[in-house]
Design a protein around this ligand. Structure first.
Ligand code: ADP
Length: 485
């Protein structure tokens, strides 16, 4: 960590004011295990104040947010995208230290955050309803209205990016927001919120309540005065927040985990496919809901592909985010321990670690590093093929033909993303249609983050869509007005 790094407020943002909480939470740097910062620990009463502030701002009882036209919101969001870019270095430094991810990835995340504000800034005044042909003596129109107070509970793996995709879309549509960032990493979010306030975002439009999930998160999800809930995190917590929100019939968008397959056929361009397969699993040390965590490879090329990947995995270097190696640490000791238990069980079940990366000699012993690894010889139906490991671990499955590839691709309860690598156009489309998932990439994986591309899951990966215009629409609801004349 650089000595010049300026830390954001250890407070909550409520109604345009930074307020102290009774206690704070210590945040550690994943690369060293050392104390990095303290953040506010919001309780139910802080969440109550934040929801009330958001409600008043939405209703026009405080500040000017409710009076802003779509064009004014658009202009502010576009200006804020520029502000993020001006502070790019500092935000990336915070993201890198706080999450442990390599600096290049942290920089990419801040650039993506700015792009969300630019995309939704550009879209804010282009979102409209329809007129509907009905009986001849009627005129019917639909209005796309904001929900009101949007509760947003976000995780620690991509704080700045997820802040961008949720907050920019919700504000663009005219909502107000109460955001609960994750206790493990939220410094970039706090700095972004500080910048938003200092660049004249009206009071109460954005409120931030840092804290633990079981305290601030639970209080927010169950609050009777939220109008929409967007949650990104684990399937288990997703169930809990959805149940809490259901008590008040609050609509929910859930972006949960994944066990996304990369299908590599014998006719694929392997020079393009294999580096993408590696990137798809080591990005953010595999702590990515859309990680390509299963490799499905056709039998004819399986041995040579595994041999090639072994070389690539053996060459991967793990180090601190600042060192900007291939792979950083996991977020905390708990995640590391959880993964190591699963890896030990896999080895005990005869699964082979075909290759492992290396830890840089300079890496701190206190860092939560798990080496990137490639697992082969996996018994059918084993848990490492079905469960999200949330680490830099790629599991290999071999298929004979297209039908088996499709069956394996669809053999988990998840359905977030899939990659298909083949030159056969018919097969590309047959598989793209047949795979149960929210996104399918053909001869690429991830489309460079795809701010503009609707994203979300099927089954245990969640429901609802974020990103792109679809994400913006999901922060609105339709009102139908029928006029008899
Ligand atoms: P992880 O296990 O990877 O930390 P979670 O799904 O638990 O993932 O966390 C995602 C977000 O949900 C975080 O902001 C966390 O604080 C929050 N959270 C955790 N538990 C709850 C809960 N019971 N109610 C609401 N939010 C929660």
């Amino acid at each position: 960590m650089s000595h010049t790094m300026t830390l954001p407020p250890q407070q909550a943002l409520i109604g345009g004011q930074w307020v102290n909480t009774a206690t704070t939470i210590q945040v550690e740097a994943p690369a060293t295990g050392e104390l990095l910062a303290r953040i506010a620990r919001c309780q139910a009463d802080d969440v109550e104040a934040a929801v009330q502030a958001a409600r008043q701002a939405f209703a026009g009882q405080s500040g000017e947010w409710a009076s802003w036209s779509a064009r004014q919101r658009s202009e502010w969001l576009l200006r804020f995208a520029d502000v993020i870019e001006v502070h790019h270095e500092q935000l990336a430094e915070l993201e890198c230290a706080d999450t442990g991810k390599p600096m290049t990835q942290a920089k990419g995340d801040i650039a993506a955050c700015a792009r969300y504000f630019r995309f939704y800034g550009g879209a804010a005044d282009k979102l409209h309803g329809e007129t509907i042909p009905f009986e001849t003596d009627f005129a019917v129109m639909t209005l796309r209205e904001p929900y009101g107070v949007c509760a947003q509970i976000i995780p620690w793996n991509y704080p700045a990016q997820i802040f961008g995709r949720c907050v920019a879309a919700a504000l663009a549509a005219g909502n107000t927001v109460v955001l609960k960032p994750a206790e493990d990493a939220c410094l970039s979010v706090l700095r972004l919120a500080e910048l938003a306030v200092s660049h004249s975002l009206p009071a109460g439009a954005l409120n931030v309540v840092p804290g633990f999930g079981y305290e601030a998160g639970a209080a927010l999800a169950s609050h009777p005065f939220i109008d929409h809930l967007s949650f990104t995190g684990s399937p288990e917590t997703g169930t809990q927040v959805a149940q809490a929100a259901a008590q008040h019939h609050v609509p929910v968008t859930l972006e949960l985990g994944g066990k996304s397959p990369q299908l590599v056929f014998a006719d694929a361009d392997l020079d393009a496919a294999l580096p993408a397969v590696v990137r798809g699993i080591i990005q953010n040390a595999g702590q990515t809901c859309s990680a390509g965590s299963r490799l499905l490879v056709q039998r004819d090329i399986a041995d040579s592909v595994v041999a090639n990947l072994c070389e690539r995995f053996a060459a991967l270097r793990c180090d601190t985010g600042e060192a900007d190696a291939d792979c950083g640490p996991l977020i905390n000791a708990r995640q590391k321990a959880k993964l190591e238990v699963r890896l030990a069980a896999a080895e005990a079940d005869g699964i082979r670690v075909a290759a492992k990366g290396q830890l840089a000699v300079s890496a701190s012993a206190g860092g939560h590093f798990v080496l990137p690894q490639l697992l082969t010889d996996i018994p059918e139906g084993h848990e490492v093929l079905r469960e999200e490991l949330f680490g830099p671990v790629l599991v290999v499955q071999v298929f004979e033909d297209e039908a088996e590839a499709l069956a394996l691709a669809n053999s988990t309860d998840f359905g977030l993303c899939a990659g298909i690598w083949t030159r056969d156009g018919g097969r590309q489309l047959r598989l793209a249609k047949g795979i149960r998932s929210g996104q399918v990439f053909i001869n690429n994986y991830g489309a460079a983050g795809g701010v503009e591309l609707p994203f979300g899951g099927v089954g245990r990966s969640g429901h609802g869509r974020e990103k792109g215009f679809e994400g913006l629409r999901s922060y609105t609801r339709i009102k139908t007005i029928a006029i008899k004349h």
